[in-house]
Design a protein around this ligand. Structure first.
Ligand code: 0GY
Length: 304
């Protein structure tokens, strides 16, 4: 089947720079995707966008280029609840990739077992209205109680404005809950402003909430800046991510978000996304927790 990607949607950065920041041994890219290829793994009929193909081979080549050791491949909405492309990538990774799936409440025990065997260790609940039709919370709770005994966790994606409404639901979830991209703060506001303070209070009050300090390319207003120009890549996002790492060093994850779905303004150089890390996690101890210890505890606990 042939698919044509959504108009205006950029292809990923073709020749990422070699990062200046040397990643620690065992670094995990805890948020990335595979898309198709569409002729092998067709995109969902209910999708809100059509991506460019991004295969497991291309993801693994990027992993090696950046000096990353392992990947967590997150099911993206364009594949709906058909997890086969993500599972195929995990199974083809020689144990170096785990997955986060999307399932319906009607998923069978056997399907959950197959997902587990492929390397899935979490499910994603997406509340971003431009990406999905919203699933009733009752269905999500049912899923949460089905996957908890498997030792899985839940990844949630939402916009900052929706936190207040969703907070009681998140607080009731029976597993670790990982928030994508710090709950998408408006980095044009102050890091001390009410919106971001709300997010920090939410994390402080709920020890089962973790956060990915990812996606500066999605959150930035100032832009990436050139390698030799601005010394801090994505400088307007730095104070936000730095604060989350500093306050919750054992509950943070980092990821590239390759191949960066839905970006229309600029496509990030993935090398620069690595060079963002020492600005948000300034010490080797913080870097080790963010990039190795925390994701290993969540996705490869048998090795820790
Ligand atoms: C991301 C961000 C986006 C898309 C998806 O599943 C998805 O389609 O997550 C987005 O458009 O903000 O984390 O990949």
């Amino acid at each position: 089947m042939q698919f044509t990607k959504t108009e205006g949607w950029l292809d990923w950065f073709p020749n990422p720079s070699k990062p200046r920041f040397p990643l620690p041994a065992g670094c995990v890219d805890a948020h990335c995707h595979v898309f198709g290829p569409g002729y092998r793994f067709p995109y969902s009929a209910a999708r809100k966008y059509t991506p460019c193909d991004a295969s497991k081979e291309q993801l693994f080549a990027l992993r090696d280029h950046l000096g990353v050791s392992r990947n967590v491949i997150v099911q993206a909405t364009c594949h709906g609840d058909d997890n086969t492309a993500m599972m195929d990538a995990c199974l083809g990774s020689k144990g170096l990739a785990k997955g986060v799936a999307t399932v319906k409440s009607t998923v069978s025990d056997r399907q959950l077992e197959e997902l587990h065997q492929a390397g899935v260790r979490g499910v994603r609940f997406n509340f971003v209205k431009r990406l999905v039709d919203i699933t009733p919370q009752q269905d999500l709770l049912q899923i949460a109680h089905r996957i908890a005994p498997l030792g899985w966790h839940i990844v949630v994606y939402f916009e900052a404005a929706d936190l207040e409404e969703l907070e009681p639901f998140f607080s009731r979830l029976p597993t670790i809950v990982v928030v994508d991209h710090m709950g998408r703060p408006n980095v044009g506001h102050s890091v001390e402003g009410s919106e971001f303070c709300h997010f920090l209070r939410f994390m402080s009050a709920n020890e089962h909430i973790w956060s990915k300090v990812s996606c500066p390319e999605r959150l930035t207003i100032s832009g990436p800046a050139a390698l030799d120009g601005e010394p801090q890549p994505y400088r307007d996002v730095v104070p936000f991510a730095q604060k989350v790492v500093q306050m919750f060093p054992d509950r943070v994850l980092w990821g590239t978000d390759w191949p960066h779905p839905n970006l229309k303004s600029h496509m990030p150089d993935d090398g620069l996304l690595v060079d963002f890390i020492p600005h948000i996690a300034p010490t080797p101890e913080l870097q080790q927790r963010l990039l190795v210890d925390n994701p290993m505890r969540l996705y490869w606990p048998e090795e820790t």
